[in-house]
Design a protein around this ligand. Sequence first.
Ligand code: NI
Length: 175
Amino acid sequence: MAILKIVEYPATVLRKKTKLIENFNDPTLDTLISDMAETMYDAPGVGLAANQVGISLRLAVIDVTWKEEKEGEYKRTLLVFFNPKILERKELIPFEEGCLSLPGLTETVKRYNQVTVQYQDRKGTVKTLKAEGLLAVALQHETDHLDGKLYIDHLSSLKKDLLLKKFKKNTNTPA
Ligand code: NI
């Protein structure tokens, strides 16, 4: 297990469509999943796409539950999505989002409150999941990553420019 380096905007790997995973017998996928999970929990974040750690594969980890403290403990429910694809979208809502690849920024974007996702599990079995709320938004955010998109692409060009100026200012500030 290792904490991986999170790739930040404007790295080109974030803009490339990721490759479908076909070989589910590849044992290195287990290491990649546990490293991605550890990196996400450490960040801390609720989701991480493989290209955010520099690996251009269609794979994402999500856990929208672990930040809710239950009786002094953080309960983890790690979800792993191979080759996720959104089949259905319902009910547009405004949602304030951030991204581990654009640290220090948040902005409100339009997302769907309900989605149906098709994906494969660790064995390659095709599954579907109906999600709503934060999980639905996280699935849209991560599948966007896997398509080479960032949440800032959902903003007007004016808002996007302002946000990116703020991001450059933040990253240029000496520590
Ligand atoms: Ni992100």
